[in-house]
Design a binder for this molecule. Structure first.
Ligand SMILES: NC(=O)c1ccc[n+]([C@@H]2O[C@H](COP(=O)([O-])OP(=O)(O)OC[C@H]3O[C@@H](n4cnc5c(N)ncnc54)[C@H](OP(=O)(O)O)[C@@H]3O)[C@@H](O)[C@H]2O)c1
Length: 254
């Protein structure tokens, strides 16, 4: 009897790290549902790339900061599982969608704080909660944090605090979902060259050099440094890693 393919749901899969996760999961013979917020065409291009690996894939719209829209989104996931994948549940949830707002602590506005809280913490909390009925027993959840939750760079107090909250939430989820044999881990990338925060890590030469200088391996990260780690956590070999924070930064600020 042929085994059913596993399916991953990746939030924010249209670009950057989420895109690389989708490709690496596909290389590991995992089907994917990615979400996009505004960039539908990019998301469709990722779906097409995933299909080149012989996997099934689809893209759904999601604003991860709009908590009220989650029941509708979960219904869309349910329909996609039935129509595209001919199953009723998926196996891996990767909470990756995110934005960066750079603002000194003294100048951070309530609106900036709320935007970061909704997408990076409240959104992760409730999207995961609402997805639980569709997540297979024995499944895996990976929450994407940041190196900035361990070390402190000026301008990221609100952003990093939300990620810190997600790291605590990861341990609580792991504790409570263990009864269903679901593992929950945090992957915390260092600074990576993507569009994130206006593409500053990639495009600001001075910052890029500074980060390379405080990284043991002597360069800034690229999306291809991250996706394979997420794919490993979703592989059989990752089954006993649970409730952990895995930093993937080339040794930043050691
Ligand atoms: N890049 C870094 O240096 C770095 C370092 C550590 C951690 N991280 C974390 O890694 C994750 C991915 O970042 P990235 O570098 O890949 O960023 P990115 O290249 O800017 O991509 C962001 C992704 O998130 C989606 N997104 C943005 N706002 C959204 C919203 N309100 N609702 C749903 N989706 C939304 C985007 O969708 P659209 O394309 O449709 O807009 C896109 O797919 C984030 O959680 C970030 O905090 C990044």
């Amino acid at each position: 009897m042929t085994q059913k393919s596993k399916i991953a749901l990746i939030t924010g899969g249209s670009r950057g790290l989420g895109k690389d996760m989708a490709i690496n999961l596909a290389k590991n013979e995992i089907d994917v549902i990615i979400t996009y917020n505004t960039k539908k065409e990019e998301a469709i291009a990722v779906v097409d790339e995933v299909k080149k690996f012989g996997r099934k894939a689809t893209a759904l719209q999601l604003d991860a900061s709009d908590i009220g829209s989650f029941p509708h989104f979960i219904n869309e996931v349910k329909n996609a599982l039935k129509e595209t994948f001919e199953v009723e549940a998926f196996d891996f949830l990767i909470n990756n969608a995110g934005i960066g707002i750079h603002a000194p602590f003294a100048e951070t506005t309530e609106a900036q704080f709320d935007a970061l809280m909704n997408i990076h913490f409240k959104g992760v909390f409730f999207i995961t909660q609402k997805a639980l009925p569709l997540l297979s027993d024995g499944g895996r959840i990976i929450n994407i944090s940041t190196g900035l939750a361990r070390f402190s760079n000026p301008g990221y107090s609100a952003y990093a605090s939300m990620k810190g909250a997600v790291e605590v939430l990861t341990r609580y989820m792991a504790k409570e979902l263990g009864a269903r044999k679901i593992t929950v881990n945090t992957v915390a990338p260092g600074a990576i060259e993507t569009d994130f925060s206006g593409g500053v890590v990639r495009d600001n030469e001075q910052l890029n050099k500074y980060i390379a200088g405080v990284t043991a391996l002597g360069r800034v990260g690229v999306p291809e440094d991250i996706g394979a780690v997420v794919a490993f956590l979703c592989s059989e070999g990752g089954r006993w890693i649970n409730g952990q924070r895995i930093e993937v930064s080339g040794g930043m600020n050691l």
